[in-house]
Write a protein that binds this ligand. Structure first.
Ligand code: VG1
Ligand code: CO
Length: 543
């Protein structure tokens, strides 16, 4: 074994987006592409002697090859130890859990999350810091600047490590520990939730269906739901991670999880349905013939959190991303705890969680989590819901309807215009920004604009500032329209339009969502000229 220094030149465009660096697999397969980025991460970290790195991914195409490359480079950089998931597999929440539990310096997650996989799909890499959470922008920007000037990387010429069985091996002076991908994570879940109560619920005939979407959470859900909680075999479907996710988008929303939606819409549907995404950090919650919007899910969990053993002491605060509905804010108000509004992306929650200012966090994009780790967490959200269902004896629909009756309903939908021309998308946003200054006080349909701005965020812990995080038009009654461009796509631009209407009157709590939001949808088109700029009369995906 020996360590080689390889000359390289910068490759443009290695700037991480909302959640790491995501590109087509073919881009990552270019010579030096992965190596340049990984060396930039390591050089940004500096001396790693004596330190531990956690490594794993969602099992998508190119995962195994990338794991072997990164192991050789970590050895060359002087890490003492790498903890790598068996088969190269670790979900995003499991990486966060393992970093924290084993006191690692950080971790690398190989995933493009909800983006499609396979040789023609997407690949991605994300660095998580010592607290287990996504690197903040100060770190990702330093990594990016390094990629612009890189001249060499170092790599061992050691043979591939066998990742199939847990055990220990060595590359140069570095220990490689192949760990059970599920064990640490499952142990943490047992501390947070009442497994006995859930086991009893299931033993009493309560039926559930978890859709692993052929992505990383299958093995976690099988081990916990079927293995530990006694759900009958077959309760977890599409449980085996596949390199191409079976050709589907591993994105748990009513559009992409069509199989599960059909199961939950049948007359003999199970009592509870759920799905997770490529890297296991998202969740979709369903009742029988009933979908729970992610924003409502956060609010319901917050309102009942003390029913779960891990949250019995109460919540310190609730944080949500700006475009997420304000349903959780109403719960925070009722509980007398602070509510925080952050830019999109889990990295913005890290400081609030570390400082003990927030306990629960959520995003409208099917992401929910807490201070148990520093990532959003799909299986955790499922167990939290099961704990509430077991403790209350109510159905999913009952819990949500009662929530609306108590707090009012925040109708909510996101309209995505995917793969639009980047230039046109930027022009659309620029033209919206120009209008903002004069919007306050204007009548739009039956609404009056309270204020309109481009969301800025100053982190209350370290004072760092993020600007241009989404254009929002907020009406006097709290209804809102938000526009922003996606930072995770790999083709053209994706325009996201977020629509929210607050309705206090229970007589109006059961309208079809798109109908309830109809007037706001018209206003969004009228204000932004979406059809003109994008050439699209309708969104590609509505969630
Ligand atoms: C999207 C979501 C955002 C989420 C991010 C990563 O980002 O909107 O809420 O944090 O994906 O999720 P964007 O920039 O495309 O809107 V995951 O599960 O793909 O890591
Ligand atoms: Co994800």
């Amino acid at each position: 074994m020996s360590i080689n220094t390889v000359s390289t030149t910068p490759i443009p465009g290695q700037r991480p987006g909302t959640s790491g660096l995501r590109k087509k697999v073919s881009v990552f397969q270019q010579p030096h592409y992965l190596e340049n980025f990984v060396q930039s991460v390591f050089d940004t970290l500096g001396d790693c002697a004596g330190k531990t790195l956690v490594l794993g991914g969602d099992g998508r195409f190119h995962n195994r090859a990338a794991v072997q490359t990164i192991l050789r480079m970590a050895a060359a950089h002087g890490f003492a130890r790498v903890l790598v998931g068996q088969g190269g597999i670790l979900s995003t929440p499991a990486v966060s859990c393992v970093i924290r539990k084993h006191g690692a310096l950080g971790g690398i997650v190989l995933s493009a999350s909800h983006n499609p996989g396979g040789p023609d799909g997407d690949f991605g890499i994300k660095y998580n810091i010592e607290n287990g959470g996504p690197a903040p922008e100060s770190v990702t920007e330093a990594i990016y600047r390094h990629t612009e000037n890189i001249t060499q990387y170092r790599i061992s010429d050691a043979a591939d490590i066998d990742l199939q069985q847990p055990g220990a091996a060595r590359i140069e002076a570095m220990e490689v520990a192949v760990i059970d991908s599920v064990a640490d994570y499952a142990a943490l879940m047992q501390q947070l939730f009442d497994f006995d109560a859930i086991r009893q619920l299931i033993a009493g005939g309560f039926r559930l269906c978890f859709d692993g979407m052929h992505a990383v959470s299958g093995p976690y859900a099988k081990a916990i739901l079927e293995g530990q909680l006694g759900a009958p075999a077959g309760s977890v479907i599409n449980a085996v991670p596949l390199e191409d996710f079976g050709g589907h988008h591993p994105d748990p929303n009513p559009v992409n999880a069509a199989q599960l939606i059909a199961i939950m819409a049948a007359d003999d549907a199970p009592d509870f349905g759920a799905a997770s995404d490529g890297d296991g950090d998202r969740n979709m919650i369903l009742g029988r013939k009933f979908d729970v919007t992610p924003s409502d899910s956060l609010a319901v969990l917050a309102a009942h959190a003390t029913l779960a053993p891990g949250y019995r002491a109460g919540l310190k605060g609730i944080a949500r991303s700006m475009p997420t509905s304000q349903a959780a804010d109403r719960v925070a108000q009722a509980l007398g705890i602070p509510a925080f509004e952050t830019p999109t992306g889990w990295k913005f929650f890290g400081n609030l969680l570390d400082a003990g200012k927030a306990t629960l966090c959520g995003e409208e994009s099917y992401g929910t989590g807490s201070d148990h780790i520093r990532e959003k967490d799909g299986v955790w959200a499922v167990l939290f819901w099961l704990n509430l269902l077991a403790a209350t004896g109510k159905s999913v629909e009952q819990l949500v309807s009662e929530h609306w009756a108590r707090f009012g309903r925040n109708y909510y939908s996101r309209h995505d215009y995917e793969g639009v021309d980047s230039h046109a998308a930027n022009e659309l946003m620029a033209s919206l920004r120009i209008k903002l200054a004069t919007m306050a006080g204007q009548d739009l349909g039956h609404y009056v604009v309270d204020f309109a701005d481009d969301f800025d965020y100053k982190d209350p812990v370290d004072g760092s500032v993020a600007t241009q995080q989404g254009v929002r038009i907020v009406m006097t009654n709290g209804s809102r329209i938000v526009f922003r461009l996606s930072g995770t796509g790999t083709e053209g631009a994706t325009l996201r339009v977020y629509l929210e209407r607050y309705e206090a009157d229970p007589a109006f709590h059961h309208l079809p969502t798109q109908q309830a939001l109809g007037p706001l949808i018209l206003i969004a088109e009228q204000v932004a000229g979406i059809a003109d700029w994008t050439g699209r009369a309708h969104p590609t995906v509505t969630t």
